[in-house]
Design a protein around this ligand. Structure first.
Ligand SMILES: NC(=O)c1ccc[n+]([C@@H]2O[C@H](COP(=O)([O-])OP(=O)(O)OC[C@H]3O[C@@H](n4cnc5c(N)ncnc54)[C@H](OP(=O)(O)O)[C@@H]3O)[C@@H](O)[C@H]2O)c1
Length: 250
């Protein structure tokens, strides 16, 4: 049980990549704090699957104190957090005009896709550096960005790409700035993943152009996150792992 004894917070784990990740981390032995905006049938089923190594925290991360409340709840669940997986996010449109649509899209993207994960990173670093590292690892942060962080997003989602680009730069800064304190930080950058976020966006023409001929399964992203969470390749810190099925190759 590679992740035995570790407590991992996975934000946005009611569905999609987060849910697949929570289940895999649990299978590998971790205690998992799952998170969603509010309790639902989905979170009840997930909690049942996780048994006594699972707990739920809820809260809107786009709200001003959302990240603080989620972090407090996660730490309280099992008495600490060893790995933070900043997964919650949404592909929110940001039309250029009219002005208020642009501002609303920009603010919403930054609040959920950049400010909230940044706040969670901040709380995690303070928590990690404040304790005795057991196995040489003070803690691990894994941030879900997107290939948009590198190449930008489409015309309707400029703010999403900008937010993910900001999160990518933050991840690299943390890896460089807090490595000596035992904090490892990684970015995971998917292309199209088969979740509700991508539903309706992947048309037949897009599908036909994908090198593997299929949208990435959430389980593939979960595998990479589980590997990074293990701390087995500490010197990968600061890296971004692309998971696009070669649809976007840098
Ligand atoms: N799918 C893709 O093609 C793709 C590609 C690149 C990057 N990503 C990134 O991967 C991550 C996961 O995406 P996904 O496709 O798995 O998404 P998803 O299936 O739409 O699930 C999103 C998760 O985030 C939570 N969430 C959304 N808004 C929230 C808010 N305001 N406060 C708290 N939680 C909120 C949702 O909780 P509720 O159930 O409570 O709504 C849900 O658990 C995101 O960061 C996304 O940007 C996805």
């Amino acid at each position: 049980m590679e992740l035995g004894g570790r407590t991992i917070l996975v934000t946005g784990s009611s569905r999609g990549i987060g849910r697949a990740t929570a289940l895999l981390l649990h299978e590998r032995g971790a205690r998992v704090v799952v998170h969603a905006r509010s309790p639902s049938e989905r979170t009840s089923i997930l909690l049942e699957q996780l048994g006594d190594r699972g707990a739920l925290v809820t809260g809107d991360l786009a709200a001003p104190d959302g990240a603080a409340l989620v972090w407090e709840g996660a730490v309280a669940a099992f008495g600490g957090v060893d790995v933070l997986v900043n997964n919650a996010g949404a592909w929110i449109a940001s039309e250029l005009a009219p002005d208020d649509a642009w501002r609303a899209g920009w603010d919403a993207n930054l609040a959920l896709n950049l400010t909230a994960p940044a706040e969670l990173c901040r709380f995690a670093i303070l928590h990690f550096v404040d304790r005795e590292p057991g196995d040489g690892t003070g803690g691990v942060i894994i941030n879900l960005v997107s290939r948009s962080a590198h190449r930008g997003d489409d015309a309707e989602h400029l703010a999403y790409g900008a937010a993910k680009g900001g999160l990518l730069a933050l991840t690299r800064g943390i890896a460089r700035g807090y490595g000596r304190s035992g904090v490892l930080a990684y970015a995971v950058a998917p292309g199209w993943v088969a979740t509700e976020l991508a539903d309706g966006a992947v048309e037949q023409s897009v599908l036909e152009a994908l090198p593997l001929g299929e949208v990435t399964p959430a389980a593939d992203v979960a595998e990479v996150i589980a590997f990074l969470a293990s701390g087995r390749a500490r010197h990968t810190t600061g890296a971004t792992i692309d998971i696009t099925g070669a649809d976007y190759v840098r």
